[in-house]
Ligand binder design. Structure first.
Ligand code: S3P
Length: 461
């Protein structure tokens, strides 16, 4: 049994953060570039791919099913189009829900058996949301109780296309079904009442697949594709991830005197809810050199500290476009003048951790007044940075780790997180990037809080 010790880290009050820094590639687009490349005939070349834990999970899973992938100096080449072969062993998806749910959709269309598992965070996350539609299409599953990983599945080369209305707003579930639909007979339609990120639809078109999106009478969107279409290899340049850019952005808005430029970030309207909200709170954020690249709207972001922002009531229908950014926004709300109300947060309970609880517990420990409901959060900002001086549990959640470290750059007393390792999931250069901008971060020898023994379980082999 290998035991990895958590690595606590402390963020302290920092002087103005300044600089121009390239943000790593978008995680959602990176996963899809590898997966769609694996399905496509010929070669797919990908530059700017996010080289981080979650995307490596997708790459390794594809390799274990016979897909040839190579990486030379950051240029990834995928030789696809030969289908998926049966993996010889259990596939470990690490911390990655996107790898698990999208790859399950791909596996569903082949006559192979695969068993998927993950780390102590991923094995707690619900999989019924993909098992139900994929079963209706003709795949079979066996999982741990509560539809949790480990999960074994048997795919079928005679899947049936379905029409499926999403019971939760989830791009992962939408994408899973559409990927299964590529290998199913007839058409597959996914209906979403709340629009979620559309990278699957946009990128499949780039691979030569015909995908149609229709707005129904009740305002819902119906996304349809026909099975049996061939994907053709293409070249993809992955833009910077707005969910990752969120961390330097909120840090700059909380630390007086800061000014940052973050070039080449996707400002896809299905992903930019945080930025829209920060602008409404009065933030000085400029989208410079706006352009369209590979179907994605891109901008260079210039962020300037301009005093405490105003509290905000976030429209519930906006949450889907900022689903991964709520923890980051909550930090800004804690420093803002006035009360902020966030509702429609139910999905946060089933992310890499119960993010609603982790955010609320951490902010309270830092001296912030708030009320948490089953699906809501009300944060009472005072216009001043909170007291801080707490140690925050991260529960293997990269976004909780980075959000609270950013708060520590502004708070009166330092904020310590129990483990920095989860940042490897999406932003491996977080410490280097933030210290390069002037942030105060230091390894801490504070004893880590680990009541669930997550770290030990995670690394037991
Ligand atoms: C993702 C979709 C979102 C998001 C996740 C990435 C994707 O999950 O939270 O980080 O790439 O499709 P849900 O679709 O489950 O909300």
């Amino acid at each position: 049994m290998k035991i990895t010790r958590p690595k606590p880290m402390t963020a302290s009050k920092s002087e103005a953060l300044t600089g121009n820094v390239r943000i790593p590639g978008d995680k959602s687009i990176s996963h899809r570039a590898l997966m769609f490349g694996a399905l496509a005939k010929g070669e797919t070349m990908v530059s700017g791919l996010l080289e981080a834990g979650d995307v490596f999970s997708t790459a390794e899973a594809l390799r274990s099913m016979g897909v040839r992938l190579s990486n030379q100096d950051g240029l990834w080449r995928i030789h696809g189009g030969n289908g998926l072969g049966e993996p010889a062993n259990i596939i470990d998806m690490g911390n990655s829900g996107t790898s698990t749910r999208l790859l399950a959709g791909m596996i569903a269309g082949y006559d192979i058996t695969a068993t998927l598992t993950g780390d102590a965070s991923l094995i707690k996350r619900p999989m019924a949301r993909i098992m139900t539609p994929l079963t209706e299409m003709g795949a079979t599953f066996m999982s741990r109780s509560g539809s949790r990983l480990p999960m074994s599945m048997r795919g079928s080369s005679s899947l049936r296309g379905i029409e499926y209305r999403l019971p939760v707003a989830s791009a992962q579930v939408k994408s899973c079904i559409l990927l299964a639909g590529l290998n199913a007979s007839g058409s597959t339609t996914v209906i979403e009442d709340t629009p979620t990120r559309d990278h699957t639809e946009t990128m499949l078109c780039g691979f030569g697949v015909e995908v149609t999106t229709e707005t129904l009478g009740d305002g819902a969107q119906a996304i349809t594709l026909k099975g049996g279409q061939m994907l053709k290899g293409c070249a993809i340049d992955v833009p910077g991830d707005p969910s990752t850019a969120a961390f330097p952005t909120i840090a700059a808005l909380m630390v007086p005197g800061s000014e940052l430029v973050l070039p080449h970030i996707t400002m896809n309207p299905r992903r930019n809810g945080l930025y829209v909200t920060l602008l409404e709170m009065g933030a000085d954020i400029k989208m410079e050199h706006e352009r369209l690249e590979g179907g994605e709207p891109i901008a260079d972001l210039r962020i300037r500290y301009n005093g405490p922002l105003k509290g905000i009531t976030v429209p519930p229908e906006r949450i889907a476009s900022m689903i991964d950014e709520v923890p980051a926004l909550a930090m800004v709300c804690a420093c803002a003048n006035g009360t902020s109300h966030l509702t429609n947060l139910g999905e946060l309970r089933v992310k890499e951790s119960d993010r609603l609880k982790m955010v609320a517990d951490g902010l309270v420990a830092c001296g912030v007044k708030l009320e948490m409901g089953e699906e809501s959060l009300t944060i009472h900002g005072t216009g001043k940075a909170p007291k801080g001086g707490a140690t925050i549990q991260t529960a293997l959640d990269h976004r909780i780790a980075m959000s609270f470290l950013c708060l520590g750059f502004a708070s009166e007393a330092p904020v310590t997180i129990d483990d920095i390792s989860p940042v490897m999931t999406s932003f491996p250069s977080f410490v280097e990037t933030m210290t390069g901008l002037g942030a105060q971060l230091a390894a801490s020898d504070e004893v880590a809080l680990d009541p669930d023994g997550l770290f030990l379980k995670q690394t037991a082999q």
